[in-house]
Design a protein around this ligand. Structure first.
Ligand SMILES: [Zn+2]
Length: 230
């Protein structure tokens, strides 16, 4: 898992002015800085946690939460921006183990919308995979650049074909009746066109395109300037 955008931060010294809304969480071995309002907005568990009913001890200036820090990163990402998680790999597909683990966390932190989104397998509709199948002759895909969301598979095969043959036996005219000129026609005379059976190399080209439907992974309705999380 990428550690990019890690929430880990050093504990601020007491001299640093901290707004009363800002909190530091120690989740497993990771540290996150966020606000109480972010946490309480989507999570009943955090609403109860900060309700004042219990006196939670601060450890090293942070609230200790006994949970998996790497999973909590996704919980916090959801609570902050209401972005649903996509654990998808082009080769392996969806990472169901991750979804299940995160669903348990969403259940624990009482984040009903996130829990339901995973339980209903909505992520399946968020990732679209398109296949196009073409049969090509004289295909040279090695020179064709493809975008990174494209995956191209080639299956070569031979097929018998009737190929036009030049009456003068000129190989450049093979398969191209239009290439034969007056001289060829003269040699042919009144005889019918000649065709020979040849094994022709063809290629089945399977193109796979993967795209993520942004509106399917966020609760935000205006996502015009929002960036895909993958
Ligand atoms: Zn010819």
């Amino acid at each position: 898992m990428s550690e990019q955008g890690t929430e880990s931060e050093r504990v601020p010294s007491p001299a640093v002015q901290i707004s009363s809304d800002r909190v530091i969480l120690q989740v497993g071995d990771r540290r996150f800085t966020t606000t109480k309002s972010t946490l309480m907005d989507g999570s009943d568990w955090f609403r109860a946690f900060f309700s004042g009913r219990w006196n939670h001890e601060l450890m090293d200036g942070a609230y200790f939460i006994d949970a998996d820090g790497d999973l909590f990163e996704h919980i916090l990402r959801y609570l902050r921006r209401k972005i649903f998680p996509i654990f998808y790999d082009n080769a392996k597909g969806h990472n169901r183990a991750m979804y299940l683990a995160l669903m348990r966390e969403a259940e624990y932190f009482q984040i009903e919308r996130l829990r339901l989104w995973i339980e209903d397998e909505r992520y399946l509709t968020a990732v679209l995979v398109w296949y196009s199948v073409k049969v090509c002759k004289n295909y040279d895909g090695s020179k064709v650049p493809a975008p990174s969301d494209h995956e191209i598979q080639h299956i070569p095969f031979f097929e018998e074909e009737q190929v036009y043959a030049c009456p003068r036996g000129i190989s450049l005219h093979k398969g191209r009746p239009g290439a034969c000129g007056k001289q060829c026609k003269k040699v042919q005379g009144d005889a019918e066109d000649i065709y020979v059976t040849e094994e022709v190399l063809k290629m089945v080209v399977i193109e796979k395109t993967t795209s993520i439907l942004r509106y399917a992974c966020t609760e935000i309705t205006d996502w015009s300037d929002w960036v895909t999380p993958l």
